[in-house]
Write a protein that binds this ligand. Structure first.
Ligand SMILES: C[S@@+](CC[C@H](N)C(=O)[O-])C[C@H]1O[C@@H](n2cnc3c(N)ncnc32)[C@H](O)[C@@H]1O
Length: 213
């Protein structure tokens, strides 16, 4: 994946995104926001917020900032916030998740839903999520991770050359993704449909800057 491919994939998908992926990715999205709502942290950053399908679900005392690289997806998110009069969304910015324009430790909770296998450099995504999350804050990720073998693994590897058209990498693996950061996984669970998605709850135990010292 590269930024021009992401922009063109989500320019194409934006008008149909809610109809297609609202339901398909809905259970993992709802479960991830529910998890965020159970945490004490009130300052949330959602990277790759897309069309903002998650935004009406946050607890009303949580302040949410969303960022996305696709202006087409963000237009829909902004309309949703205005139409539904969602009061606790502080801002929606056009921004690269791999180079966030926020200070270190700015948020209690940083969330990426179905984004990790889309960004060009997932290791930079992890580094930035850890940097802007406060030490010991929470990092929540829901994503599809590639199966290790069998029919599913073969299928995912088979369609991997279509990544740029699909707008995500079907052969994206969990272990290298986690190894690229220094956060600690405290819970891992499957999400529907068919357990195809995984929700990772991580603690920002050793923010990257500290880990390097
Ligand atoms: C599959 S969609 C997920 C959208 C939303 N999180 C959801 O739950 O429906 C992936 C989103 O990641 C965004 N994205 C991809 N690369 C990005 C980057 N480098 N920085 C910010 N957003 C990015 C895309 O524009 C798209 O809106």
């Amino acid at each position: 994946m590269d930024i021009p491919s992401v922009l063109s994939a989500y320019r194409r998908q934006a008008p149909i995104y809610d109809a297609v992926f609202g339901t398909l990715l809905g259970p993992g999205r709802a479960a991830t926001v529910e998890l965020a709502n159970r945490l004490t942290g009130r300052k949330v950053l959602e990277v790759g917020v897309g069309t903002g399908l998650s935004l009406p679900r946050y607890r009303s005392d949580i302040r949410v900032t969303g960022i996305d690289i696709s202006p087409d997806m963000l237009d829909i998110a902004r309309r949703r916030v205005a139409d539904k009069k969602i009061p606790n969304v502080d801002a929606l910015y056009e921004m690269d998740a791999e180079a966030l324009d926020f200070g270190d430790g700015s948020f209690d909770t940083v969330i990426a839903m179905y984004v990790a296998s889309v960004v060009p450099h997932p290791d930079k995504l992890v580094a930035e999520m850890q940097r802007v999350c406060r030490p010991d804050g929470d990092i929540l990720v829901v994503n599809h991770f590639a199966g290790t073998g069998g029919i599913r693994g073969n299928f995912e590897r088979g369609i991997a050359p279509l990544s740029k058209k699909l707008g995500w990498r079907p052969d994206f693996e969990m272990e290298p993704f986690l190894r690229s950061g220094t956060m600690t996984v405290i819970d891992k669970r499957n999400a529907p449909p068919f357990g195809l998605f995984t929700i990772l709850h991580c603690r920002n135990t050793r923010p990257m800057a500290q880990a390097a010292e």
